[in-house]
Design a protein around this ligand. Structure first.
Ligand code: SAH
Ligand code: TYD
Length: 392
């Protein structure tokens, strides 16, 4: 399947001068018949995506901050009861998760290549190495700090093309009893809900238990437990350890059976997914066009990375949306990648309330809807762009 020509999802443009040199690739997802991994075929170089002006600051969402604080408490109780534990994390970003281990006084190290977010983490007291994780980094961390009890990767393992380098690095870094925690948007949810906006260059893999076991199995690691949650539209938290070290949990066996029944390893599942994506696109454009024909003002809410796929695939332009409001300072006063829709601060939303707003940050619905209650009470409508496409 192809979603067509795509810009880098988080590459907001700082001025019109940058339009001419904007980078595009073709967004083509596919299922690997051998390892059953859902992945994109053409992948931009990592330096084009992760750099010193990376736009995603994880702590922007208070809900996610609380979610990762709860995760940290749970992991401390489950796995870090021994003497002087050492916690590592890749994609540690602005320190959203590791700050909880730092506050508890535990030895920790974040590995984060995007320099600006790594600085934000250091300002929070989180020890952070600016690097791309792989065998070399793992080896030097072991030499300096010893082996790790815990290795965390939330919303990061779908960003890294060379998964073998990460898996080999994890095998080097962890103690024999060590545990890896991975959490990211789950393929089963994406397929069931037709949430195709999870697919973009930074999300080059959408993981399933089956695919993860195939990838990490090559390096002596396996999934022994899973937990499902509703963040980011449906995430799976995978607990991995050395093969045979811990027995598979009943939750893992149940989730594997569900994967089978969803047909996540079968090509025909994705033929149906493609047809549903096309229906979803047509329905969204009909909704937006309906408002525009009545002369109503429509904007976007949340300049998410996900929105790049929706906007550029569906053909949404500045004629459809006047602007997109976003609370991230680094995204404000820029232009959205590809379609070049102006991105503005949320104050604009209050000053010029629109008739309808496409909620690209649909995964934060409760948090945002509570914030904009008075606008909705006065007749404003959210247009939900994927899953159940509707105006509410
Ligand atoms: N863990 C946070 C942030 C996820 S964003 C959360 O769950 O919200 C993904 C992060 O992974 C980005 O900050 C990006 O810079 C980082 N990243 C990308 N490639 C990486 C690599 N090879 N090693 C370590 N971090 C990487
Ligand atoms: P998010 O959905 O977390 O991630 P992704 O970019 O990976 O798709 O991004 C949420 C975006 O929405 C982020 O740019 C901040 C913005 N936002 C608001 O503008 N207001 C809010 O109240 C919240 C929670 C987020």
């Amino acid at each position: 399947m192809s979603f067509g020509r795509m810009p880098i999802a988080n590459a907001f443009l700082r001025g019109k001068a940058e339009f001419a040199t904007e980078y595009f690739y073709e967004l083509k997802p596919a299922l690997c018949p051998a390892c059953k991994c859902f992945q994109i075929v053409e992948i931009p170089r990592p330096e084009q995506m992760f750099h010193d002006h990376y736009a995603y600051f994880a702590s922007t969402s208070s809900v996610m901050s609380r979610h990762f604080a709860a995760m940290a408490q749970d992991l401390m109780a489950r796995y870090l009861t021994g003497p002087d534990p050492f916690v590592t994390e890749i994609g540690s970003n602005d320190g959203i998760t590791l700050q909880n281990f730092a506050k508890a006084g535990l030895r920790h190290l974040g590995i984060e290549p995007s320099a600006n977010v790594a600085d934000a983490a250091r300002a929070r007291g989180v020890a952070t190495l600016s690097a791309f994780f792989g065998v070399e980094t793992a080896t030097s961390i072991v030499a300096e700090h010893g082996n790790a009890d815990l290795f965390i990767a939330t919303n990061t393992m779908h960003h890294i093309e060379d998964i073998n380098a990460v898996a080999a690095g994890v095998a080097i870094l962890l103690k024999p009893s060590g545990v890896m925690i991975q959490e990211d948007p789950y393929l089963g949810d994406m397929v069931e809900d037709c949430a195709y906006d999870q697919v973009y260059a930074e999300h080059m893999y959408i993981w399933s238990i089956t695919a993860l076991n195939n990838a990490f199995g090559r390096h002596g690691l396996e999934v022994f437990h899973v937990e499902h949650n509703h963040h980011h539209g449906g995430c799976m938290r995978y607990h991995l350890g050395r093969k045979g070290f811990r027995p598979p949990s009943p939750e893992l066996n149940a989730a594997l059976a569900k994967e089978q029944s969803l047909g996540l390893d079968r090509p025909d599942t994705y033929d149906r997914f493609k047809a549903r994506c096309e229906e979803s696109r047509d329905r969204l454009m009909a909704l937006i066009d309906g408002y525009k024909r009545q002369g109503k003002r429509v904007v976007g809410y949340g300049a998410t990375a996900k929105s790049a796929t929706v906007i550029n695939w569906c053909g949404i332009t500045p004629d459809h949306l006047d602007w997109i409001s976003d609370s991230t300072p680094a995204k404000q006063n820029t232009f959205s990648p590809g379609a070049h829709i102006p991105v503005v601060a949320p104050e604009r939303f209050r000053a010029e309330p629109p008739d309808a707003a496409v909620l690209f940050a649909w995964n934060h619905f409760n948090e945002i809807d509570a914030k904009e209650r008075s606008w909705r009470d006065a007749g404003g409508k959210w247009i939900l762009p994927v899953r159940k496409v509707e105006a509410i």
